[in-house]
Every structure is written in C-alpha cells, then in structure tokens.
Design a protein around this ligand. Sequence first.
Ligand code: NOJ
Length: 589
Amino acid sequence: MLTSRRFLAATLLALACASALPAQSARESANWWKNAVIYEIYPRSFQDSNGDGIGDLNGITSRLDYLQKLGINAIWLTPIYPSPQVDFGYDISDYYSIDPQYGTLADFDRLVAAAHQRHIGIIMDLVLNHTSDQHPWFKESASSRTNPKADWYMWRDPKMVNGHREPPNNWESLFGGSAWQWDPARRQYYYHRFYIQQPDLNWSNPQVRQAMYSVERFWIRHGVAGFRLDAITSLFEDPQDRDEPYVLGPNGKPLINAYGDKVVQTIYTDDLPEVHTVIRQLRQVADRTAGRKVVLIGETYLDSVADLRSWYGVHNDELELPMDMEIGFINQWNVPLFRRRINEAETQIDGHEPLFVFDNHDNPRWDRYQFDASGHSVFGYGPYHDNIGRVLSTILFASRDTAMMYYGDEIGMVTTPPTRKEDVRDPIGIRGWPQEKGRDGERTPMQWKDAPNAGFSPAGVKTWLPIPPTYATWNVAAEEQQPNSMLHWYQQLIALKQQDPALHAGREIMLNTADTHVLSWLRQASDGEAVVVACNFTAQSQTIRFDLQPQRVTGQRLHTLLISPGAPAPDSLQSVQLGPYGVYIGRVR
Ligand code: NOJ
C-alpha cells in the first residue's frame, strides 16, 4: 500500500457486436485518447510465454486478440526496462532497452506493430523522478564530488547535531524511513522519495532534463502511443530543504504510519510549480518528434478534482490525461460523494477530459468495495461481488471520461494478499508487515483458464506470485461461456462507450440529486440523443423515476441498452426497478 496515497446477467439487448474495432486507433486519429479505454498490464503477471514463471512481452502479444475483443484502445505497460527489480521495474538501470526477463527490443517492436494492426496503442511507463542505484548515471555520480554527473542526483551534506551526523531534514520516503541515505564514498546523503535503491534525479540540472528528453524521443521512434509519467508530482523539492510539518492526530501528536514513522506532510516535496515547465518541455519534445499525437498521462494523486485543472496546462500544453484518483479512490460507499466528485469532473476542469481510475498495481482491486446483506464490508467474493462490480464498472465506462482499467478487473479478479510474511515479494510489505502487506495482492497472475497455473505459466512452473485459489471459477475461458459473466458485462459496457454517441462523448448531468441510494445521471449527445444511467448502491431493491423536463428531453419511453441480469426491463421513465446493487442503462425515446 502507498499509505496516505493508498486507499482502497446482463440481458444482452440491442448491443452492437462487442468485438467491433474501436472507432479510433491510437495512431490514426489525434483525438484517439478522448473517451477511450486504456488497459493497464503489469507485464510480470499477464502471460508467461517461455515458462519461467514471469510474464513477458511475447505473452502479451499472444493475447492481443483477447484485448481487441474486449474493445480497448491502448495498453499501458508498467516498466519493462532493465532493472534490478527491487521495485519490480520502477528502479531502472537502462532506459534504452528491455529487461531480458520480459524479452528484447525486437519483441517490443513486434508487440507495437501487432497491437497497431488491432488499433491498440502501447503506452510506456516513463520513470523520471528516480533511477536505480545500479544505473551508470548514479554510479558515476556517487563516485566523487567532482565527476561530470556529480550534480545529477540530490546530494546533501549531513546536518551535525552534538557532533553526530544526521540527515539534512525530516523528509521521509513514501516506502518507510528517512528519505536520506548516507553514502560513505561521497560522505554525503542522497535523497530517495521511494526505496533506498531509487535515488532521486536532480531535475534542476539541465543535463538531466536533456538526458530524459532523449529517452522520450527514443521510445516515440519505437512507435509508442504515449507515456504514463510515474511519480510526476515528485520531480522537484524545496531548494531550501525545509522540514516538513508533521501530520497530527486527534491527540495533537504526530500520526505514526505502518513503518513506525511519524507521518509528515509533503508541502516541500510534492507538487512544486517547477514541474509544469518540465511537462511543457516533455510535451514539446513529443510534438516535435512524433508527427502524430503522443499522449501524456500523469500519475497525479492530488487533493481535489479541481486541483487537476493546472495539470492540463494554463495554455492546455501539458498533460492530456492527469489521472483523477478522487473518484476511483473515494473508498466510501456514499452516493452523494460519488455524485459530487463526478460532477466536479464535469464542471471544474474547464471541459478537459478526465481520466478515471479505480484500481491499479499499487492499490487493492475493486473488491475492496464489497458488502454483506447488512452492509458490512467484506473482501473478495462477497455475496454481491458481481453486482457491485457492475456498479463500479458502470461509473467507470458510462461517465464522460477516458477509462483506465486494470488487467483482470474484467473477469472480477479479487485482491489476494499474502497470508505469511515469508511469502511477501513487495519490499514495503516486508517492512510494514502485518499492517502493510504490500502490493502483491493486486499483482497476482492473470487467470486465463481452469488449468494448472491458470494458463498463465505452463503446468509445474513456480510462478513469481502464487495463482489465487479462485482461478478455477474466475477465469477468461469459463466466463467466455457464461452469458451473464463479468467478462461479458465489461465487453458490452465498453462497446457502448465506444459506439453509442451519448455514452461516448455526450455531456453528463447528475439526476435525482437528493437520492442517497441510487446514483443516476444523464448522458446527452450533441444531437440531443439522451441515455439515462442508474446504479443502486444498496442491497435492497429500489424503484426510481426520472423527470427530464429540466434537461428539455421530451421522450418518456426507454429502450434498454444494458441491465443487470434478471431485472425487468422498464419501458418508461416513470418506473425503473433496480435489484440489489442493480444497474440500468437505457436510451430515452
Ligand atoms: C508509482 C508506481 O506506480 C509504483 O508502483 C512505484 O513503486 C512508485 N511510483 C515508484 O516509482
């Protein structure tokens, strides 16, 4: 868990073919990323093609037909560069190559070409904030105080207190402990926002910028459709190295986190204004190099939806898609709160395209929202697992947004954390055990079929993380056979997002805004075509009605586009019945 950052059948009616190609591909249209569906793959865990227990690029290529049928527009690959794998790829030791355990540059080029044929773009993860301590840049920088790269990282002299050496200030690593590591050779500390093995680059140094812009050009020339900018809010720190204030608990004392540290704020280490200059430069490099649209996505955990506005750029010349974590990571099952935040995405970012995200490789999957009949939280396959999954996926795909989904969500995979400390692979889970079990639970191998190793690795191979025991029931092959499966729900919902004009790009207006049980909204295309969406947040059936006169929608009848399994299809706006955690999507006629 990233502590403070972390949080938390269908009736097939009148649907166009789910396997139809997305209308716009990642290289054919400048606006392909708007209202698109981006699928995050954690390469270690998607498909192992060579039987070493670790997923790889050829494995991903072999599954492109599946992804095309799902209806996605682009794949975001978490880092595949050579790396000591301390942070499973986020500690890069060479930005110009592929880690041999994932394949070769030729495999990557083949993946890009094969994806392109299927109208799918490949988005690379660009880790700009830090490198591995095994990167030659850092080795050189650490070798003396006078070498040509001496100033490429954040080196500081110690603070001497009563004759003892101490770190320059109280800044903390997000992964536990002081953010400063003593280097005996240079007799200085270096700063690391994440693991000790991930020293932060000094972005005030123009040579660092140029080095990273070269990396950006390299991958654009290899055909990528965009970049996901890792930890982009952390590039700069306070030049005066001021201490962070502590986060105080109700008793007025600093809160203590899972690592035993006093929790500090991040006003001097996060979201400093200088980062915007860098993003504009990244934008210019992309525009000048590509001759096509290369989309920039930011990992932007911010305090409010409105805070996203500045990341698009004052002149709209920064990120296309700063991630909106305010909606996906609300982590409260609360209709008014969802309504307010979704409405903010519609009204407070000047009409820019929001990017909704509900889970990823750093956060538990959507089974974190699961309840029993009395409304108590349960995890995994609770009694309403599928229905609640339908609610969350409907918010993701039927909103006016670009939707970012995580591999395995479409088959309802659940978070499966390790049960014993000795099984943990993610270092933060070892350090923070048992309060912080790390991120292994959301990184387990993809469940392809009911076969040994779930079709991820060949039988008999020890996979890098265990296959969750639920694979026998929850897998692609089984769900392809079940008309009411989560997989079919996702395919239908994505097809609607791609093909229905109102659901693709129509404006979004919240409806029935006093209702605390059902979240409803209207999507309306520029030609007036209207679609209503309703999600029941309760375990009780609900009956609702819509009055669309204020929106000047005159029709009264409904044509069902998608509805939770077993529910009666309504024919009028006057009465729409929703079962427990039921969903309804219908066109107004
Ligand atoms: C965010 C990434 O998503 C996470 O997995 C990683 O550990 C940190 N950035 C550090 O790169």
